[in-house]
Design a protein. Structure first.
Length: 386
């Protein structure tokens, strides 16, 4: 079970006495709530009152169990951390420093179940793109596919066709180096969103050295465009954190899903390590597309990382040279996402390890080409659902 909550905390907030008729300045943790079960990617958020005092905030530092997890210098005053799948008690502590040097502090303890609890589902989901002569193949049935895991044939339990609604997560780099390209990126992202079909949902996150959620599972195009307009450029780049966050936000349901990550710079600000991010990508059942431009399209190590991310999930990496090239890139991504087949099976391998397992997907009609993720790590099955 994952906690992504924005509810009022009952913990007492420290107050700073104001002089004259000015209202006192207060801070409280509003997510997560005290005594909430916390696991998986978790939103940390504080609220400063009155809002007129927000410009006086120099920094907000978030701590989990005594360890600093992030620092935020501008609204939204939000941070994310991932305590893993096991539910246990955590202490959330936040310290805000104001321009005059004074501080606001608040603490919340999450729920202590008294035992360890984790959630596991056994379905392995595989998304597949089927083509013939460069054209998408439509109308295939469950019995048309075959799946093997480590060479052992698996029984396909279900199939979701390309007609099912899409759950899309867009992670957009809004670091300072994006300042000159961001306006063009916004236009291209809006055009991508306009190509989604009725019933398709889009989640939009911006990331720099922190992350914020601009829209979650939004189906209204006007609301999605308004969310894109909120994006502004500042700060450093935390690509690994954003990758994990995007994976956590995608639906756990057995439907069509995709992640698109745009980034133009190398990661220098993530709390998440490269190895952890890579492991999470390998465990994901969403098809991941990466779009690298600027340094992301020219630095070999970054290009390789983005290509590896995409390939692990059956997706693709793109490296447009100019922001104006994004429209054609997005057209290809939307077309592929609109033509996914989603297959599920219960693995015959019952080992409770985290070893890599190879997946091969084929269509019995050998003339068709199939692109799907080439394997997975079983710990991806243990992630809590939404």
């Amino acid at each position: 079970m994952k906690s992504v909550l924005v509810v009022s905390a009952l913990a007492g907030a420290m107050t700073i006495a104001a002089s004259g008729q000015q209202p006192e300045t207060t801070m409280r943790i509003v997510s997560p709530d005290r005594d909430t079960d916390v696991s998986g990617s978790t939103r940390l958020e504080v609220r400063i009152q009155p809002q007129s005092a927000i410009p006086t905030v120099k920094s907000v530092i978030f701590f989990v169990d005594g360890v600093q997890v992030c620092t935020v210098e501008k609204p939204p005053l939000v941070c994310w951390f991932d305590p893993g799948d096991t539910i246990r008690k955590h202490q959330i502590r936040v310290v805000a420093t104001l321009a005059d040097g004074s501080q606001l502090k608040d603490n919340v303890f999450t729920h202590d179940p008294g035992f360890t609890e984790s959630v596991r589902t056994d379905a392995v989901l595989v998304q597949a793109i089927v083509t013939h002569g460069g054209q998408f193949v439509h109308g295939l049935k469950q019995q048309d596919f075959e799946i093997t895991e480590d060479g052992v044939k698996q029984t396909i339990a279900s199939m979701v066709s390309e007609d099912a609604p899409l759950d899309l997560v867009l992670a957009i780099d809004v670091s300072g180096s994006m300042e000159h390209a961001l306006d063009d990126v916004k236009v291209a992202v809006k055009q991508l969103l306009s190509k989604l079909r009725p019933g398709d949902a889009a989640t939009i996150i911006g990331f720099n050295d922190t992350m914020f959620l601009a829209a979650e599972r939004e189906k209204d195009q006007r609301a999605r465009e308004d969310a894109v307009d909120l994006l502004t450029s500042w700060g450093g780049t935390a690509l690994y954190d954003a990758t994990v966050r995007a994976i956590d936000l995608v639906s756990r349901d057995a439907g069509r899903k995709g992640i698109v990550i745009f980034s133009d710079g190398d990661d220098r600000n993530s709390i998440t390590s490269r190895d952890v991010a890579t492991s999470r990508v390998q465990a994901s059942d969403a098809m991941l597309y990466t779009v690298g431009f600027g340094a992301g399209a020219s630095v070999p190590s970054l290009k390789q990382k983005l290509e590896d991310y995409a390939r692990a999930t059956g997706g693709r990496a793109f490296f447009p040279q100019r922001a104006s090239d994004l429209n054609s890139v997005f057209d290809e991504i939307v077309a592929e996402l609109a033509n996914q087949y989603v297959l599920s099976y219960a693995s015959t391998n019952e080992k409770q390890d985290d070893g890599w397992r190879d997946i091969k997907v084929r269509v019995k009609n050998a003339k068709y080409n199939v692109r799907a993720r080439d394997g997975y790590r079983p710990h991806g099955l243990k992630r809590p659902g939404r």
